[in-house]
Write a protein that binds this ligand. Structure first.
Ligand code: HDD
Length: 702
């Protein structure tokens, strides 16, 4: 005991053993039935609250091995974040094969109907740092590790089917340009700055991707509502060694959905973890997100007849030209037990393919196959990252790789080389010529050159096709995004250079952007690429809105309530929404909840300040006359309504909400996106209307 009666060790308090901190606060100890706290060496720790010191008020002692171990470990807790895709969120699940694909591939995963293969999936943004906000305008990574019975297959894709560049040698420059500018270290998680637009405007091959990134694809509502793509052309190889080209697609079962830009900006403030929370909540509540894997397969003849080079990652093959065939489903049903051990340490590598899947000569893919191994060695500290449980295959594996940092599964026995003559008992593994991975024997010849094929030269036709495939709402968003981004570029010449490319894509778009930027006159169009620009047929599959899900399932309704709320009406709305497969949150002036019309106490999920309407897909305003009077004095309540209106959301309301609508500046004549809830029977109709997700026919939306 010290002079103040504090203890440095456990004391008995009644029946319970406790440990005391400096402030005299108590901590329950192992003596009370907890596991014993130990050092990393397994030595039991008696006191984790006080460093060893010379006398109660004296200097700390070097001898305190437990303190030193704890602090040293803490000092080393961070590992280098991924140079791109630093911010990510992962989940476990399975892939289920629909039908055997034996004619196309010998990949074990596609041999048996109903085969379930464990997977780990990591979604990510690209440019932002690890702590950046989820709703940045950015490409989303969609990386899937299949733990197949013949090794790990990593399909390291994005939510956009094309890429900025054609050759991996440009990747460091692309990434440098989009990340923070090096002298000032900002802006992070944003492409809206000079360096990025300077680079892409000097790389016309990026223009197709730019159309996608300026579209709402780059601000998805959640990971659950976005598509995924393997991007490159790969090969499937069957048991006879015949190969078929393939492009991989992921289609979300709940349909695609994005937010609008003004909403994205506000979500980033209200909940920077919006996408993480969404995935976590969905999986924890048993509402498992699901995607279908689809294949576009084609032969050399198709490749030769296609308008573009199938090795060019800035091009896609429209679904109308080559349909996507579903071959299986991906279900995410389990969150990692520990974020760092699994999501942070997972190492995806494009070169992880299995027998039956092979690469094409896409120069971007070929470069990636080099980069990913290198990055994992750097990031995870050595060559043994495959020993980490998240990266280890789940099938038997035997090899002679040994030693290095953290080698904890070195091969056993004497033989650590082959060939050897030690026999099957101790001689270790051998090659399997028939079963093993075999690279497709493709002829290759020609001079060693640094040359881009002529067939890669048309940079505008598919950009134009993408733009012209969008609904007018989506086209408006692309124009607005370009104006926003370029308005954040300080250099006039860069703004003009981008518009000069847009003139090769669509003159109306170029004009819209030029006007939005206040350019005095249109610049000259960028020199056309070597190949002439083609007018391709628009493809509906490229639009999000033309493929609307028409369901409210998996979405979220926010209900703003006050004291005096009609309990029957509230319950009816909540029931209708949950029956439609949506989740519901109540928002109230205080998180403690409200006193309903029938005197019952109804708890709330959020206080109005922390529950803005941007967090919901649709809203309902169920308020009493007295309640609305109180809301009028709360700016967040006005924002709740004004934002829901500006973001084209469906809004159910009681007549009593009208003063709040007036205060929020809504028009007197409400549009059909506003559904009056006069009685409980109206709830179903409101929720049915919400299935359209947004009421786009609102002229003064954001
Ligand atoms: Fe990459 C990470 C997707 C081009 C080099 N990339 C990374 C991740 C995804 C992609 C989803 C995150 C994986 C995870 O969650 O851990 N990358 C793509 C796609 C590309 C692409 C779809 C084009 C079609 N990448 C690309 C090129 C290079 C890289 C051309 C280099 C030559 N990518 C990397 C990397 C990363 C990475 C540096 C950073 C962290 C990591 O690998 O594990 O190696």
């Amino acid at each position: 005991m010290d002079k103040k009666g504090r203890s440095n060790s456990s004391v008995m308090l009644g029946e319970q053993a406790v440990n005391r901190g400096a402030g005299g606060e108590t901590h329950q100890t192992a003596d009370a039935g907890y596991d014993t706290l130990t050092t990393q060496q397994g030595t039991p720790v008696s006191d984790d609250q006080n460093t060893l010191r010379q006398g109660a008020r004296g200097p700390a002692l070097m001898e305190d091995a437990h303190f030193r171990e704890k602090i040293f470990h803490f000092d080393h807790e961070r590992i280098p974040e991924r140079v791109v895709h630093a911010r990510g969120y992962g989940a476990h699940g399975f892939f289920e094969t629909y039908e055997p694909l034996t004619d196309l591939t010998r990949a074990d995963i596609f041999q048996r109907a109903g085969e379930k293969t464990p997977v780990f999936v990591r979604f990510s943004t690209v440019a932002g740092n690890k702590g950046s906000a989820d709703l940045a305008r950015d490409v989303r990574g969609f990386a899937v590790k299949f733990y197949t019975k013949e090794g790990n297959w990593d399909l390291v894709g994005n939510n956009i089917p094309v890429f900025f560049i054609q050759d991996a040698i440009n990747f460091p420059d692309l990434v440098h340009s989009v990340k923070q500018e090096p002298d000032r270290d900002f802006p992070q998680a944003q492409s809206a700055h000079d360096n990025f637009w300077d680079f892409v405007s000097l790389m016309p091959e990026s223009m197709h991707m730019i159309m996608w990134v300026m579209s709402d694809r780059a601000i998805p509502r959640s990971f659950r509502f976005m598509e995924g793509f393997g991007v490159h052309t790969f090969r499937l190889v069957n048991a006879e060694g015949q190969s078929t080209f393939v492009k991989f697609h992921w289609k979300p079962k709940l349909g695609m959905q994005s937010v609008v830009w003004n909403e994205a900006v506000k979500i980033n403030g209200a909940d920077p973890d919006f996408h993480r929370r969404d995935l976590w909540n969905a999986i924890q509540s048993g509402d498992y997100p699901e995607w279908e894997l689809g294949l576009q397969t084609f032969d050399q003849e198709f490749a030769d007849s296609f308008d573009f080079d199938i090795l060019d990652a800035t091009k896609l093959i429209p679904e109308d030209v080559l349909p996507v065939t579903p071959v299986g489903r991906l279900v995410l049903d389990r969150m990692p037990e520990n974020f760092f051990a699994e999501t942070e340490q997972v190492a995806f590598m494009t070169q992880n393919v299995v027998p039956g899947i092979d690469f094409s000569n896409d120069p971007l893919l070929q470069g990636r196959n080099f980069s990913y191994l290198d990055t994992q060695i750097k990031r995870l500290g050595g060559p043994n990252f495959a020993h980490l449980p998240i990266n280890a295959p789940k099938c038997p594996f035997h090899h002679f790789q040994q030693d290095g940092h953290m080698a904890f599964t070195n091969p056993k026995g004497r033989a650590n080389y082959e060939p050897n003559s030690w026999g099957t008992e101790i001689g270790g593994p051998r090659e399997a010529p028939m079963q093993g991975f075999q690279t497709i024997a493709q002829e290759a010849e020609g001079p060693k050159v640094r040359l881009r094929a002529e067939s890669f030269a048309d940079h505008y036709s598919q950009a134009r096709q993408f733009y012209r495939s969008q609904t007018s709402v989506e086209q408006k968003h692309i124009g607005a995004a370009l104006v926003f981004e370029l308005s954040n570029c300080e250099t006039l010449a860069i703004r003009e250079r981008v518009v000069s490319h847009l003139l090769n894509i669509d003159t109306d778009l170029a004009q819209t952007v030029a006007t939005g930027l206040g350019l005095g006159a249109l610049p000259k169009a960028a020199p056309p690429a070597a190949k002439p620009k083609m007018d391709l047929k628009p493809s509906d599959a490229l639009s999000i809105l033309k493929n609307g899900p028409k369901q409210f399932k998996g979405r979220k309704l926010g209900i703003l309530i006050t004291d005096g709320v009609d309990t029957g009406l509230l319950k009816a709305v909540e029931t209708a929404a949950t029956e439609a497969g949506a989740t519901v949150e109540r928002i109230a002036p205080t998180v403690g909840g409200v006193k309903a019309s029938d005197g019952t106490h109804l708890p709330a999920h959020r206080k109005i300040d922390g529950g803005p309407s941007v967090l919901f897909d649709a809203v309902a305003i169920l308020v009493s006359e007295a309640g609305v009077a109180a809301l009028l004095k709360l700016p967040p309540a006005r924002d709740f309504v004004a934002d829901a209106y500006a973001h084209y959301k469906f809004c159910g309301f009681t007549q009593t909400a009208m003063p709040l609508f007036a205060k929020a500046g809504l028009p007197k004549e409400l549009d059909k996106g506003f559904v009056k809830l006069a009685q409980p029977a109206d709830a179903k109709g409101f929720v049915q209307a919400c299935a359209a997700l947004r009421f786009w026919d609102r002229p003064d939306g954001a």
